[in-house]
Design a protein around this ligand. Sequence first.
Ligand code: UT7
Length: 319
Amino acid sequence: MIWSRIIGTGSYLPERVVTNDVLAQSMDTSDEWIRARTGIGQRHVAAPNQNCSDLAFEASKRALASAGIAHTDVDLIIVATSTPDVIFPSSACLLQAKLGIKGCPAFDVQAVCSGFVYALTIADKFLKSGQHRTALVVGSEVFSHILDWNDRSTAVLFGDGAGAVVLRADSHPGIHATALHADGAHSGILSVPGSICGGKVVGTPFLQMDGQAVFKFAVRVLEEVGRETLAMCGLAVSDVDWLIPHQANVRILEATAKRLGLDPGKLIVTVDVHANTSAASVPLALDTAIADGRIKPGHKVLLEGVGGGFTWGAALVEI
Ligand code: UT7
């Protein structure tokens, strides 16, 4: 049996930090409101010339260094993003060129805030097929590009960043189980509805959201898919060492841990300092908690994504 294992992680945050107080200077909001409703204290914002593949490149170099492998060993590249550099080519192909890798398949996955869990699941299946051996799986986002900075109900929630993992085929797990879901009937509650046609933007190019509907949906499906994934590998909630849900809002994270019956001390929270970085949030949180020593080899980590589409999914990963 072939399994896949995470053998290295890396992440990158743009240099510029924007605090809630800075946002409150240009819109009708406050540090108190943002912290109380979301748990967010600050976010990183990319420079105007920094795109998805630039952030992905920095995170990938760090993940490859932590895995201790050469870039030429990579034989599959998947980038999860909803904010690609351009319509095409994919940010994965642009990343491949920046890394100096040639020939292996490279493609983007578009599942918004579930993107990393989707990409990890796809890579796991490629490796299990035996046709590929070493995958670079990245979540990279520049949501600052698609926010209306005059809309306080969305602008305060998001940040930019990238996280990457190197996945390697192994005779031991690794990734014990994954589960993915989507329900397009809920596409309207979180979207960027604009498109490009005939050289013009048709519709709004900015993120639109029904915050309360997203909140309720997220809490329900994060519990459901967590239980489903644990059942697939015959594990109980008490077997989980760490829970890393998509970092959207600390209230969503805490509600998910509570509904699962998980000790709140096992919840990894980075939304306070990264805000919501969409597809980058889970690998950013994973790298943060491995780097600071909380997640150790042998620990079982439940990764969960939920986002626009609507999409959701989870992966039970042994580090
Ligand atoms: O990856 C998934 C992405 N999306 C999410 O995770 C969002 C999920 N939803 C949420 O996190 C929450 O619904 C929000 C944080 C977006 C909003 O929190 P809420 O407790 O649901 O607040 P609300 O939308 O009911 O708004 C309450 C009040 C409103 O004022 P009125 O109508 O009561 O006078 C809003 O206009 O708060 C107002 N408000 C703000 N006030 C200060 C909305 N945004 C802000 C703001 N600063 N930034």
